[in-house]
Structures are given as C-alpha cells and as structure tokens.
Design a protein around this ligand. Structure first.
Ligand SMILES: Nc1ncnc2c1ncn2[C@@H]1O[C@H](COP(=O)(O)OP(=O)(O)OP(=O)(O)O)[C@@H](O)[C@H]1O
Ligand SMILES: [Mg+2]
Length: 508
C-alpha cells in the first residue's frame, strides 16, 4: 500500500434499517491532503465522516489508518478530531475552558521508576503550563488570541466557529474532520473563514477531510474533491478535473453553473442539441442519447446567423467582471457569460468550440426531458407537444384548483401557479405507447431507430419537426421510418421543478 496514504476506506457500507446510505465506498486519502466530500443533503456525507471518526461502525468494509484497520477502535483512541455540523460548544464555559476541555482529560504515557527501581509507564495528566501553552497556540492559529476569558455566548457566530476549530486542533490530531463547519455563517464570513481554514491547513500540515454541499467552497479549498450521490462516489478528482471533465450530468450540475442538454449523436463527432448540430471531440455510436454540458463562459455569442443556432437575449445580469446572459434558443435556455454588453431583446447566434462541448454517456433508463415546461392548462409541454400530467406529485397532499388549470393548491390552502414553470419530465420507456392511429396520441413522429432486446423492441421515435425524441419499449414490431403517434398516461410522467415551488406562490 501507498506509504503516503493516511486513511483508506475499503468497500465501506452503512445500512440503517435496511436502507443502504453509504454504498461500497472506496477511497485513499494522502497525508496532508485537503479532501472535500461534496454532495446534496442526505447523500451520506456525515455518515461517512462519522465512520471515519468512529462514532458509527461500518456495516461492512474496513477503514485503515496508516495501513491498519481501525474499524473496531473507539473514537477517543483515533488520532482524528471532528468539528461537527452543528458545533457544540459548552455555553457556560469561557473560550479557554472550551478549548482546554479535551486537554484536561488527556493522559500521556510517562516512563518512571517504581520503588523497586523498575522502569514503568504511568499515564499522567498534562501540566497546567503545557495546557496553557497548547491553548494559546491553538487560539493564535484561529486568530482568537487574547480572547481566553470571553464567555462563548458573547461571541459572534464566526468566532464561535473558530473556538470549535481550536478545540479540535488543540489535541493535535493527524486528521481533522470538518462537517459543514461554515454552514451557519453568512456569505461574507464564510468567505473569510474559508481563507482562514485554508491557511490553517497549510500551517498545521495535517490532513483535512471537509464536508460541504457548497460547490464553490469545495472548488476553492480542496486538493481533491469527492462528489457523492446516493451513498456512492460519483467522481473523485482535483477541482480542475471535476469542473472541466465531469463524468456525468449529475456532477456537472453540482459543480458550477452549467448548461445541460439532452443530445443525440447524429454523425461522427457530431451531436445535436438546442436544435442544431455541433461538432464535438467525443465519439459515441450513432443515435446514442447523450448528455451535453457547456459552461456559460464557453458559449460564444455572435451576430445572428454566424453560429450554429440563433437565439434572443431574454435577460442579463452584470456580475462585476462580465455579464451573464440568458439566451432563449427555441424553448431552451442558454446561459452565456461575456464581457461584451448586449441589449435584452437582441438577436444573437450561439456557437461553442468543439473542445468546450462535453458529451457524456447517459445511463439510458428512461426518457428525460430537461426543457419541459407546464402550460396554462396544467399540461406538460415536451418539444412542441403537450401531455396531460399529474401536477399534484410536486406537493404532497395538494390538489389542482380545477380541471385544466395550472394552479396547485396545498393542503393548507397556499396557491402556486405553475404556468410556464420549467420542469424536467421523466417517462419510463415502457410507458410510452405507440399507435398507427395518428389521432390517438398527443405527438407524432417517425421511427428512426429500432432494436430487438430479448423480449421486446426498443424504438426511438423522432417528432416530425425533429425537435424531440421519444424512446419506447414495445412488444410489437414496427418498421423503421414508420410514422406513429405517441401517447403517455398522465400518471407515468414524473415531474421535477427546476426552481423551488415557493417561487410560484400565487397571489390570492
Ligand atoms: N442514525 C441513523 N438512523 C437512520 N438513518 C440515518 C441515521 N443517520 C443518517 N441516516 C440517514 O442516512 C442518510 C444519509 O445521512 P447523512 O447525515 O449522512 O447525510 P448528509 O449527506 O450528511 O446530509 P446533510 O447535507 O443534510 O447533512 C439520510 O437519509 C439519513 O436520514
Ligand atoms: Mg450532514
């Protein structure tokens, strides 16, 4: 094993009440590294950290420290210290006593001679002088010198946070675990503390394992980022790797602002999205459904007709150095960043250089429409076609105000108008019904691809305006280029709002 490696997780899993919340986690952390575990709420970050700290045992797998299994070692015997998600200071103690708390309990081995003159090891307390020195040093690292006497309840949030960190580093752990230590602070304070923590990491030279759900924090602070999804590792890499080469739409979505589209490979290194065909550098089989990621800074706006597709500037925000434009291309939105100002309402072309188009394999388990929206009639618009759907899935216990309305009413009477709300709509392949009777379905298209998979056929039906594809599983045989209609039962369309539901709260 790598000598430089301080902590390794080998096939670590944790199951709570039959639910796997950490799933076969494998990871090597180097000495002195600043590693960040990044992921949305509930993905298993705290659980992973608690297993490293020893507050929870893995259901299976092992955790190695310097090559030795510590899975059975209790927390206080691990050279690891934790700054918890909700920092727990002792409110009735002053700064000094909070920081010195662990030191006062600490016993160190000392060699002495007993009455018979034999050398024995005794566990002794630290001297008051040693404790004073260590506390002073820890407080100086977190920039709280001269604050020893202050009651912690009189400190600001940021200062309390620093006391919590001092308390953890005073014990000189080899590894410091930090669970969203800055989440309680405001933005400005968080920024300052990020810089301080980074500086502290440099000064101490120990390993930091940092947990956050804030991608910006992860990008600015870490040597290595681990992106977690539903208990497993989705990607590990440097901030640059993860930003520039996300392995999935999930990672891209999580890291930085991205434009993400469903694309289709329509030729060798040619991908169709936004209604246009772009050259790219990744090669995938013809007709493969892919995810396409384009960073806002890589979108090149030009005069109409000069790019691959044209759009209209719908919105702009000045962000200090550059403008962030929202460009409508058909029904899709393109976020573009440019230093050159443009008027809202003006027509522009959109171009992206081929190396800036990240094409990713999509686990093709269902139809996914990222550019869907809700109509005024409460239907979901996919491409140019709308389908009845069940809006009440977006809020437990809600109902639609009246049939054919886009207004959702919550249990306690709050109204949300979802007209024009952007949604991601997902439909399983076997829920897409095909028919020769063109009047039966809500959309019509031509079969552009078919394959027989064991006991059924898998089809791609492209709408006649070439705007959208429906993938369908069917036991029946159709011919390529047959024109069919497509229908989907309302209950089979799963909706996810792109913005929080609160954004649509309606006036009474
Ligand atoms: N002691 C427990 N018993 C049962 N379920 C638990 C327990 N601890 C955590 N879980 C569940 O495990 C999942 C992961 O929880 P965890 O606290 O690790 O998430 P997290 O990524 O830290 O989220 P957050 O960002 O909200 O802190 C959650 O679904 C949570 O409800
Ligand atoms: Mg947590």
């Amino acid at each position: 094993m790598d000598n430089n490696c301080i902590i390794s997780l080998r096939h670590v899993s944790k199951v709570f009440d039959g639910v796997t919340v950490v799933d076969d986690f494998n990871l090597d952390i180097k000495k002195g590294e600043f590693v960040t575990i990044l992921g949305p709420s509930g993905c298993g970050k705290t659980t992973t950290l608690r297993m490293i700290a020893g507050f929870q045992n893995p259901t299976s797998g092992e955790i190695l420290l310097n090559g030795e299994d510590i899975s059975k070692l209790p927390p206080y015997k691990r050279p690891v210290n934790t700054v918890f998600q909700r920092y727990a200071l002792f409110p009735y103690l002053n700064v000094y006593d909070n920081v010195a708390f662990g030191l006062k309990l600490k016993r160190i081995p000392v060699q002495t001679k007993n009455r018979k003159g034999e050398t024995v090891t005794k566990m002794v307390k630290l001297s008051q002088k040693t404790i004073d020195e260590k506390v002073a040093r820890a407080l100086s690292i977190v920039d709280l010198d001269e604050m020893e006497e202050r009651d912690v309840s009189t400190l600001s949030g940021g200062q309390q946070q620093r006391v919590a960190i001092a308390r953890a580093i005073v014990l000189e752990p080899q590894v410091l675990l930090l669970d969203e230590p800055l989440s309680a602070l405001d933005r400005k304070m968080r920024k300052d503390m990020q810089i301080e923590l980074k500086e502290m990491h440099r000064k101490l030279g120990i390993t930091f394992i940092y947990v956050t759900h804030d991608q910006e924090e992860a990008l600015t602070m870490s040597d290595t980022i681990i992106v977690m999804k539903d208990g497993h590792i989705e990607q590990v890499g440097t901030p640059e790797d993860i930003y520039n080469e996300p392995v999935s739409a999930y990672v891209a979505d999580f890291i930085g602002e991205s434009n993400i589209y469903n694309g289709t490979m329509v030729g060798k290194k040619k991908v169709r999205f936004l209604g246009g065909v772009f050259n790219c550098v990744d090669d995938f089989p013809l007709n493969e459904k892919v995810d396409v990621v384009v960073r806002p800074e890589d979108v090149v706006l030009g005069n109409p007709g000069k790019g691959v597709v044209d759009g209209v500037i719908e919105n702009k925000v000045f962000q200090g150095v550059h403008y962030s434009f929202s460009v409508a291309v058909g029904k899709a939105e393109v976020i573009a960043r440019d230093t050159h100002d443009r008027a809202v309402g003006s027509k522009v072309s959109v171009h992206v250089a081929k190396d800036n188009i990240q094409v990713m394999h999509r686990d093709n388990l269902e139809n996914e429409y990222r550019d869907a929206c809700i109509t005024g009639e409460g239907q979901v618009m996919i491409g140019e076609d709308s389908f009845p759907c069940d809006l009440t899935q977006l809020l437990k216990g809600s109902h639609v105000e009246e049939e054919g309305s886009s207004i959702l009413v919550s249990k306690d009477g709050k109204r949300y108008d979802l007209k024009d709300a952007e949604v991601i709509a997902r439909v399983a392949f076997d829920q897409v019904n095909m028919s020769d009777d063109l009047e039966t379905g809500k959309a019509q298209g031509r079969i552009v691809f078919s394959v027989y998979i064991g006991d059924h056929y898998h089809y791609i039906i492209r709408t006649l305006d070439e705007e959208e594809d429906y993938e369908a599983d069917s036991p029946y045989e159709w011919l390529n280029s047959d024109v069919v209609s497509v229908d989907i039962p309302a209950k089979a369309i799963r909706l996810q709002l792109k913005k929080p539901l609160e954004d649509y709260e309606a006036e009474d």
